[in-house]
Design a protein around this ligand. Structure first.
Ligand SMILES: [Zn+2]
Length: 199
């Protein structure tokens, strides 16, 4: 991760579990747990090893800094802020930097929400995700709109008004809501919704 300029504060322990239904991997408080059954099933799929590599990157991105005390609160109501970042950024890194071909992302709705947000704000999505990376898990919601405002000002010279910032926050809360976990993304609708606030 250092080579990608994304050093992680680390995973301090690894637990291999036979019984971890539905999970290939999960990081909690710096402990990476791998579900061996799901790992084996994925490995045997087409592009399985590429997908597993992305899974490890995804978990490393979650472990970038120690989670804030509020991480559970953000995850309960708006898990898309963190999952869309980790899943989308891991996918971009394995496809564009490593040239791998993993399976579809795990959180397509949240990933597409970030991609369309970057397009609406005239930003490169990698630039956006690198800026999000600087913030602790559990604080992405708190920082995202400020991050957007700063990046946009730096790249286009345009500042966001308070009204635009409030609109972006409200729309972000809507699309990154935990209830949208299984929704199918509609790129055109998403882009349109963001552009209401950054025309
Ligand atoms: Zn995750």
């Amino acid at each position: 991760m250092s080579l990608l300029r994304l050093p992680s504060s680390g995973i301090r322990a690894l637990i291999l579990r036979d019984d971890f239904p539905g999970f290939r991997a999960r990081v909690t408080d710096g402990v990476l747990q791998l579900g061996l059954h799901e790992w084996q099933v994925t490995y045997e799929e087409r592009s399985g090893s590429d997908t597993l590599f992305r899974t490890l990157l995804h978990e490393h991105l979650h472990a970038r800094h120690p989670a804030s005390a509020d991480a559970h609160a953000e995850a309960r109501a708006w898990r898309g802020y963190e999952e869309g970042f980790a899943d989308g950024f891991a996918d971009l890194l394995v496809r564009e930097k490593a040239g791998l071909r993993p399976d579809n992302v795990s959180y397509p709705y949240y990933v597409q929400a970030y991609i369309t947000l970057a397009v609406a704000c005239d930003l490169n999505v990698e630039t956006l995700w690198r800026a999000v990376w600087a913030h602790r898990p559990g604080t992405v919601r708190e920082h995202l709109v400020r991050v957007l405002a700063m990046l946009r000002e730096a790249t286009t010279g345009n500042t966001l008004t308070v009204r635009q910032e409030q609109g972006l926050q409200a729309n972000a809360d809507r699309v990154f809501s935990s209830q949208r976990f299984r929704d199918r993304p509609n790129e055109r609708e998403m882009l349109h919704a963001w552009k209401l606030f950054v025309p």
